[in-house]
Every structure is written in structure tokens, then in C-alpha cells.
Write a protein that binds this ligand. Structure first.
Ligand SMILES: Cc1cc2nc3c(=O)[nH]c(=O)nc-3n(C[C@H](O)[C@H](O)[C@H](O)COP(=O)(O)OP(=O)(O)OC[C@H]3O[C@@H](n4cnc5c(N)ncnc54)[C@H](O)[C@@H]3O)c2cc1C
Length: 485
């Protein structure tokens, strides 16, 4: 005899597996939710299969703070204007031209109508605050952060009757003759099952949570990387699609990676583990040697390259050293700095060769010159006669107490992804799949060949999530037997 709980679970499961859903959405972050809401509003029966437990729902999206938005005049909390060409040029600069112009411009143009759509679906914005004022024109900040955004969308989806299944790991997407049929899913506490659908939207993120995959792409060094976001984005669906011949974009070694506090947890440390002290410091590797210009540019333009710089150092670790006069010039870190009244004492506490650190800092100090120091702008206060040069904010590290932070590469998301067209449709061997769309990190490589523009991840997810949801709804309405491309 089946117990009552087992019977209830079996009944609940059969509710999911006994029908053919109009739209199956894989993933439970921003892109998935935007797709699900659009499809449900078009009258479709939608199911979201979210691999994470409910408490972890929302993937990397729950860590976000803002999205980058084009606007031709003041819009909600955004000041002034941020036009298409300026936005696109900003993207060209960071990607070094490694982008798809048509898709990028589509994302940029559509972002303007996304903001009011987001507000209409429960997202609240706030003006940028101290420390992020420079983004007040370009990036709209979510009141309550990404967690509040995700919760608002889940509430909206529930109101629209979207079925959400948590701890539902999609393992395989069944595609026959260019057409999606069903997904193979493992739902916690239940036997593996199939969920059938007329259309599918893949929004299950990148593969950064699979450290073995990262190590295959990067080499063993990747085992020392920290993952800033969810451990659930392991690229299972991406790999399954690639194995079946789906067309890909992007390079497996390209990702968004920043330097974060070396004491951050392996996964999910989030935004608070980022360190902003580098421009005011001397950064050494574990041998006590400097390796890059710490003052190359203002931190928002440089923090993303430091992930890769640290990744290239022995044991993928580096150490940022400042003195008392710089300790209040940057956003405080969630982990307190290591502190000592002597440089040697600091080096010892951080496990660094004290004599070598002393030699490096002395050489740096001797190369600093007189001049005006301006912490918020490029001040040209550079070193002379030391390699590498520090080209701005170079002040001798002399005033105790001395502070130190360890740095490690923190991966945000990977860029290898599914190739899509302007309707977010996935292609296989050059042919459009009839009823498969993708949105968010899983296709972001279509636009981000390399580099990153702050706030653009949520723009890509929102724009293509909405498009994918609308297109999937049209596909479901046309019927599963339609061959319309
Ligand atoms: C710390 C941090 C801060 C960030 N800040 C910003 C910011 O301020 N602005 C910005 O634009 N971007 C930011 N980003 C990037 C941004 O989070 C992503 O670009 C965006 O959230 C991607 O949305 P998504 O829906 O594609 O992926 P996610 O939100 O990660 O959602 C993917 C979902 O898929 C689920 N999933 C994975 N595999 C499976 C499977 N096999 N079966 C079922 N479900 C599965 C996961 O559980 C997850 O819910 C930040 C990222 C991090 C880590």
C-alpha cells in the first residue's frame, strides 16, 4: 500500500507528466521568468522546471543589482539620456568588437521598453546611491536587488497560473526531426520522468558551476577559481544540446570573471565578496612580486580584467596591500582586512615571503613621485623606474597600520552558448529548430564574445527572455504539427 505522502507525490507528479504543456521553460532565473510571464500572458499553459530548491530559486539573477537600459530621455530612475549608439559603442569597447551587431542592437533598443514592462510586472527601481552614482544615467537599480526582482516575477507568474516545479533537474531535451518533444527530468523525491511540451525555452544559464568542465577549458588552474553565483548552473542542458549538434557561439575559455576576496565561499558569495581596493594598493603574487599596473583605470572599468590577471598567477592567488591613508577610499569589504603595524608582519600573516614583499614595496615606494592625488579620477600620479609601472594613484605604502586582502578569480558566468537568431530561436547544424528558443546566459555568447559591460547580463536575459516567451507562445498556438519556421 502506498503511504499518503507517496500517493500525494505521485498524484502531483502525474499532474505534471500527464499533459502536454504549451511552453516548457527550463531554469528559474530572470530569463526563464520573463519568458514564462510572456507566454502565460499570451494564454499558454506554462511550466517552469527550476533545478534549484525553492530557497535558492533565481540562479545568478538573484545576485544582481541593476540592468543597463537605453533611454532617449529621463526614464523612471534613469537620468538624462543614453542613446543606442553610445550604448553600442560602450559594448564595442569592452568586447573589442567581438559581438553580433544585429543581436546587440536589438538587445539595446528593446531594453528601453523593458523597463516599463518590468515595473508593470512587479519590479521596483531606486536611484543609484553613493558608490554607484556614476551609473545613474546608464543602469537602473532594482529596489531590494535581484532577489526582490526574482520574487516579484515568481509572484506574477503564480498569478498567471504558471506551474513551478523546484528541484527539477532537466537532464535531456528530446529533439526528433528538428522538433522538441519532451524533457527528461529528475525531480527530487520522484522517479525520473518525462515532461512533454509543444515548445521549449532553454534558460538554464552557463556552465561555470561544473568545475570539471571549467578545468577542461582552462586547465587545472580553474579548480582554484571561485564561482560568484549559483552552484546549479552546471551546463547540463547546454552540454546535452551541444552533444545533439546544436550550433554554438563563444569560446569555452571566455567568461566574466572578477577579482574577489580570496576568503569568499566556493559558490554563491555574491556581490559583497568583490574587492575595490586594487587601484590604491600594491598587488603582489604569492612570490611577493608585482605583475600588473594597479592604477591603469578607474575600478569599474578594470575590475573585470583582474579576474583573468589573478588566474594567470601561481596558485591563482594575489594579495592587495594598502596602508592607513587609503583604508577608507573604497567600498568596505565583507571580510575584514588582515592588519599589522609592520609590512613584514602583514606579509607573514598572509603567508607571503616577508623579505621579498619588503623589497617589492620599497622599490615601488622609491618610484613614486610628488604630485596631486585624486582618488575619484585618473590623476596621472604614476611611478618612474619600476616595472610594471603604476600609472595613477601611485602613493608610497608607508603609513601603518598596513592592510592586506587576498584575491582570487571569481567567475560570474561563462560565454560558450547556444547560437540564436533575432527571435531567440536555437539552430542545429545551421537549421532553425522548429520549437526551441533560448534566453539569458545560455545564449549570451551570441552577443558577448569577450569582455563585459556592467548590467548587460540582465538586459540580455530580459530582452531575449521576453522574445523567447512571445515566440514560444506563437509556436504553441500554431500547434505542434506546424512546420512554420
Ligand atoms: C554576484 C553576481 C552579480 C551580478 N550582478 C549583475 C548585475 O548587477 N547586473 C547584470 O546585468 N548582471 C549581473 N550579473 C550577471 C547576471 O546574474 C546574469 O547575467 C543573469 O542573471 C543571467 O540570467 P539567467 O536567467 O540566464 O540565469 P540564472 O539567473 O542563473 O538562471 C539560471 C537558472 O537555471 C537553473 N538551472 C540550471 N541548470 C538547470 C537544469 N539542468 N534544469 C533545470 N534548471 C536548471 C538554475 O537553477 C537557475 O535558476 C551578476 C552575476 C553574479 C553572479
Amino acid at each position: 500500500m502506498l503511504g499518503r505522502t507517496a500517493r500525494r507525490r505521485r498524484e502531483a507528479l502525474s499532474e505534471i507528466t500527464d499533459k502536454v504543456w504549451d511552453v516548457v521553460v527550463v531554469g528559474g532565473g530572470n530569463a526563464a521568468l520573463c519568458a514564462a510571464i510572456e507566454a502565460a500572458e499570451a494564454g499558454c499553459r506554462v511550466i517552469i522546471l527550476e533545478g534549484a530548491p525553492k530557497t535558492y530559486r533565481g540562479g545568478n539573477s538573484r545576485h544582481t543589482r541593476n540592468f543597463r537600459c537605453m533611454h532617449q530621455g529621463p526614464l523612471s530612475v534613469l537620468t538624462d539620456s543614453y542613446e543606442e549608439d553610445e550604448y553600442f559603442n560602450d559594448l564595442l569597447l569592452v568586447t573589442k568588437g567581438n559581438t553580433d551587431e544585429d543581436l546587440a542592437r536589438l538587445a539595446i533598443r528593446t531594453s528601453e521598453s523593458c523597463l516599463p514592462w518590468m515595473e508593470a510586472h512587479g519590479v521596483r527601481f531606486q536611484p543609484s546611491l553613493s558608490g554607484t552614482l556614476s551609473l545613474g544615467r546608464t543602469n537602473a537599480f532594482f529596489l531590494g536587488g535581484g532577489k526582490a526582482l526574482v520574487n516579484a516575477y515568481y509572484n506574477t507568474a503564480a498569478d498567471l497560473g504558471v506551474e513551478v516545479v523546484y528541484e527539477a533537474q532537466v537532464k535531456h531535451v528530446e529533439i526528433e526531426g528538428g522538433r522538441f518533444q519532451a524533457v527528461a527530468v529528475e525531480i527530487a523525491g520522484a522517479a525520473p520522468c518525462r515532461v512533454e511540451g509543444r515548445t521549449i525555452v532553454l534558460a538554464s544559464g552557463g556552465f561555470q558551476g561544473d568545475i570539471d568542465w571549467l578545468a577542461r577549458a582552462w586547465g587545472p588552474a580553474a579548480r582554484n577559481f571561485l564561482i560568484r553565483g549559483t552552484p546549479y548552473n552546471r551546463g547540463v542542458v547546454l552540454k546535452d544540446m551541444l552533444d545533439q549538434g546544436a550550433d554554438t557561439v563563444g569560446d569555452p575559455t571566455q567568461c566574466h570573471a572578477v577579482a574577489i576576496d580570496g576568503r569568499a565561499p566556493k559558490f554563491d558569495g555574491g556581490i559583497v565578496t568583490r574587492l575595490d581596493c586594487v587601484p590604491f594598493s600594491v598587488v603582489v603574487n604569492k612570490d611577493g612580486e608585482r605583475f600588473y599596473d594597479e592604477g591603469e583605470d578607474v575600478w569599474p572599468k578594470r575590475y573585470a580584467i583582474w579576474g583573468r590577471l589573478v588566474a594567470a598567477q601561481p596558485d591563482q592567488v594575489a594579495y592587495s596591500i594598502i596602508d592607513a591613508k587609503s583604508s577608507t577610499l573604497f567600498m568596505p569589504s565583507v571580510f575584514p582586512a588582515v592588519q599589522s603595524d609592520t609590512l613584514e608582519g602583514l606579509a607573514e600573516q598572509m603567508g607571503l615571503p616577508a623579505a621579498k614583499v619588503r623589497e617589492t614595496v620599497d622599490a615601488f615606494n622609491a618610484a613614486c613621485r610628488e604630485g596631486d592625488f585624486h582618488p575619484t579620477e585618473l590623476d596621472g600620479l604614476a611611478t618612474d623606474g619600476v616595472e610594471p609601472r603604476k600609472t595613477n594613484w601611485a602613493r608610497p605604502i608607508t603609513e601603518p597600520p598596513f592592510y592586506g586582502y587576498s584575491l582570487r578569480p571569481g567567475v560570474t558566468f561563462t560565454y560558450l552558448g547556444l547560437k540564436v537568431d533575432a527571435t531567440a530561436r536555437v539552430t542545429m547544424e545551421g537549421q532553425k529548430l522548429k520549437n526551441v528558443w533560448a534566453a539569458g546566459e545560455i545564449m549570451a555568447g551570441s552577443i558577448l564574445g569577450e569582455g563585459y559591460l556592467a548590467g548587460f547580463g540582465m538586459t540580455i536575459g530580459t530582452v531575449f527572455g521576453r522574445i523567447a516567451g512571445q515566440e514560444a507562445a506563437k509556436g504553441a498556438t500554431r500547434g505542434v504539427n506546424s512546420n512554420a519556421a
